[in-house]
Design a protein around this ligand. Structure first.
Ligand code: ARG
Length: 572
């Protein structure tokens, strides 16, 4: 249990007695002592009595003896709380003995469907898919570790009108042979050439239209070509996932086409429920509360005037499937912020249809864009969207060069492995350590720097801890008694006991920059501790106690990085 919570639990009954009803003690870390509670001020206003008196009465009644070395009223009526060294040491010992590092499995497991990555067939993955893939994967890792049942849903864009032109282009190139090229990663030129032919050539356009009809009609030869495109693209995406070190596998592809048979039944149900209205020949739902700038209700088109189903219908059918068939209680959509309105409308419509009702709920885990150094959307020199693999390969190459430079003794294989862990880690961390609601600038120098809030800094801190144990040449005794006397030891201990609270907060918010920021604070506190407090040169019990702190810091760093999908090499 974290200290804020422990202190809150002790203060709350005292506040309740003084106030004659429940009061949140509002405990937080403080500059003045270890913690402070400011709740007496507001309470005093409410009771019309002096705040210092209220604070003193609370202190009289609060049972803090075993937890606090000092508890006093200060200023206008704050409570300053100094945690007893022994109590803090006890908490650290309990963490050290716990393989879960103080983070309990959830008591209320959800079935969570995480819709993430979702690239489009025969199209390159770009940096927007990087964010979805990295954030979604961190969510999957964290929620799974907490004991939730996690279903990864890679909502591959594998259906729709563009497939007419893509299939015709494939036919022109000679079929199967050409499809193989896709798995090798030249998706961009494939898509663009098809697009260019479509724009320039009326006969090709006509063929493409007929091909869409054949595809929708289930024509076997057409389906075979379509499957080729899908399979080869999937194979390519899997190589990217492998490089990116994410947990997505081929079993997680849950393409848009997999909902094809569920579209008509879903739309029929909407109709039966009386939720459909025709607008310009299209069947629409008008979800409550969704109005445009002009105040008019906004339509969600579920069946187009030509009878075809589009993106919104697929998402509606997917929700119905996820809650109704898969039993999902928490639905996460890790998709860029520009699609926010789309998801609001889809959720509102699904709720109206009864497909998204408590305890099930849906959340748009939205994110901003990745910007280039000029502060604009990241583009290649030719002004095109940046190919994701190119970015990843550059990260690995830069990190490998840095690893070789820093540590010439590293063998070829080890340098490559470290370069990969650090390069990919740097890319992922740069993403996860920024507030996902905002845009961020891709800055190679910064993300690969060994100083500051970066993956290499954390990985370095971890490897430094491991090197202590290699030199110590003694096994760790996590049950060795912990004693905390130096301020730097206490500061480190306060960070260590905070891990559970941070993880629990991120479980709810899915704002991974809070976890990243925590790991950075932890590594910085370790660094300060290691500078001021000798470990291997200390004697007997002090040495043992400090080794426990080192080992525990290493384990928390490693687990925290692991939850973010980042490796912790033993040496850098
Ligand atoms: N394929 C889409 C894209 O690349 C993202 C799909 C997101 N998921 C969803 N259920 N709509 O933009």
């Amino acid at each position: 249990m974290d200290l804020e919570k422990l202190l809150t639990d002790r203060l709350a009954p005292a506040f309740a007695t003084v106030a004659g009803g429940p009061v949140d003690p509002v405990v937080r870390r403080s500059q003045r002592a270890d913690f402070q509670s400011d709740a007496a001020l507001a309470l005093a206003r409410r009771l019309g009595r002096p705040p210092r008196t209220i604070a003193a009465e609370v202190l009289d009644r609060a049972d803090l003896a075993d937890l606090c070395a000092a508890a006093e009223v200060s200023g206008p009526g704050f409570l300053n709380l100094t945690v007893a060294d022994g109590a803090l040491a006890g908490l650290v010992s309990a963490l050290a003995a716990d393989p879960r590092l103080g983070v309990p499995r959830t008591a209320t497991p959800d079935t969570v469907v995480i819709d993430y990555s979702a690239p489009n067939v025969a199209k390159e993955m770009h940096v927007g898919h990087l964010r979805s893939t990295v954030i979604g994967d961190a969510a999957a890792r964290l929620l799974e570790w907490l004991g939730h049942r996690v279903l990864r849903a890679n909502h591959l864009g594998d259906w729709g009108t563009p497939f007419g032109m893509l299939i015709e282009h494939l036919v022109d190139l000679g079929g199967a042979e050409a499809a193989h090229e896709l798995s090798m990663g030249d998706l961009d030129s494939f898509y663009k050439t098809a697009r260019a032919k479509f724009d320039a050539d009326e006969a090709f356009r006509e063929r493409s239209r007929r091909r869409v009809v054949a595809l929708q009609g289930g024509d076997e030869a057409t389906l075979r070509l379509w499957r080729l495109l899908v399979e080869q693209s999937e194979r390519y995406f899997l190589t990217v996932y492998d490089l990116l070190d994410v947990t997505l596998t081929e079993r997680d592809f849950q393409g848009e086409s997999s909902y094809n048979d569920l579209l008509a039944p879903a739309v029929e149900e909407l109709d039966r429920l009386g939720l459909l209205r025709t607008s310009d020949g299209a069947a629409c739902v008008f979800p409550p509360g969704q109005v445009g700038r002009d105040g008019e209700p906004l339509p969600l088109i579920v069946r187009k005037s030509d009878g075809g189903y589009g993106y919104p219908a697929t998402d509606l059918a997917a929700i119905r499937h996820r809650t109704g068939t898969l039993g999902a209680t928490r639905l996460l959509y890790v998709v860029g912020l520009p699609q926010r309105r789309h998801f609001e409308m889809v959720y509102a419509a699904a709720a109206q249809a009864g497909w998204l009702v408590a305890p099930a709920r849906a959340e748009h885990v939205g994110f901003g864009s990745i910007l280039g150094p000029d502060g604009r959307m990241l583009r290649s020199r030719a002004g095109e969207s940046v190919k994701l693999v190119g970015l990843l390969e550059e990260a690995v190459a830069r990190a490998t060069a840095l690893a070789r430079e820093r540590n010439p003794e590293l063998g070829e294989a080890e340098a490559a492995e470290v370069g990969r862990a650090v390069g990919i880690g740097a890319i992922k961390y740069a993403d996860l350590s920024s507030d996902r609601h905002k845009d961020y600038v891709l800055d190679w120098e910064r993300m690969l720097s060994l100083d500051g809030n970066t993956a290499p800094y954390l990985q370095y801190a971890y490897s430094r801890i491991r090197s202590i144990f290699r030199r110590a040449a003694v096994p760790v005794r996590p049950d060795a008694p912990v004693s905390l006397t130096e301020p730097a030891e206490r500061a480190l201990a306060f960070e260590l006991v905070d891990f559970a609270a941070v993880v629990t907060e991120v479980e709810r918010s899915l704002e991974f920059h809070h976890l990243a920021g925590y790991l950075y604070r932890l590594a910085a506190a370790f660094s300060a501790f290691y500078e001021r407090c000798p470990v291997l040169r200390a004697d007997g019990p002090v040495r043992e106690s400090r080794l426990v702190l080192c080992d525990l810091t290493g384990r928390v760093l490693r687990q925290g990085l692991h939850l973010l999908g980042i490796r912790s090499p033993e040496r850098l």
